[in-house]
Design a protein around this ligand. Structure first.
Ligand SMILES: Cc1cc2nc3c(=O)[nH]c(=O)nc-3n(C[C@H](O)[C@H](O)[C@H](O)COP(=O)(O)O)c2cc1C
Length: 172
């Protein structure tokens, strides 16, 4: 079975997480390829899906949501895992609790009827230059730290669990 690790990134950190996940799945003996969701011509060619998007304004990027909507029939019939890339680990103090609270908000923005085995919110890279002025001010007031907050161990552990949960014996 070929697993699509589909990603939608604005600045590259989600793409790099997807590439890491695909490499981890391959290490676990699965056939997996990382591709931008904007490039996937035939979702029906894949037997399982690990799909992720950067989060802007507590939502997946529009082309990623479009992919889910356009391929809902295929996705509903096959195993799907999803991941979001935001900034929970960039926050400190009382605001740190806001990270997990974002998960149901993100899920509300996904097409109704999409089923998935798991949804994980990872932290990505937060750069001052990419946030709008007001966003930058709010982020700083919340004690936010700019930088690369990706937790590769957590990403690898989630990948290993996902690989184990994929049906059938490893094929690669
Ligand atoms: C304009 C903008 C809005 C963002 N909004 C959110 C948000 O609502 N929630 C969140 O957790 N992270 C938010 N982030 C942080 C990004 O999701 C994070 O930087 C992520 O790593 C970006 O992924 P990418 O490098 O693949 O584009 C925002 C970033 C930008 C630039």
């Amino acid at each position: 079975m070929t697993v699509l690790v589909g990603h939608m990134s604005a600045d590259g950190s989600t793409r790099e997480i997807a590439e890491r996940i695909a490499a981890g799945l391959r290490r676990a003996g699965r056939v997996a390829e990382a591709r931008s969701l904007a490039e996937v011509a035939d979702a029906g060619a894949y037997e399982a899906f690990v799909l992720g998007s950067a989060v802007h304004g507590q939502r997946w990027l529009p082309p990623a949501v479009d992919f889910l909507r356009d391929n809902l029939d295929v996705l509903r019939a096959r195993p799907v895992w999803i991941f979001s890339v935001g900034m929970p680990d960039a926050l400190r103090g009382p605001f740190r609790r806001m990270g997990p609270k974002e998960v149901p908000v993100i899920e509300k923005g996904l097409p109704a009827g999409l089923g998935y085995r798991d949804h994980r919110l990872f932290s990505g890279v937060v750069t001052a230059a990419r946030l709008p002025r007001t966003g930058r001010i709010v982020f700083r007031l919340m004690g936010g730290r700019f930088g690369d907050h990706r937790d590769w161990d957590a990403i690898d552990a989630w990948t290993a669990r996902t690989a184990a949960a994929l049906e059938g014996p490893p094929t690669a």
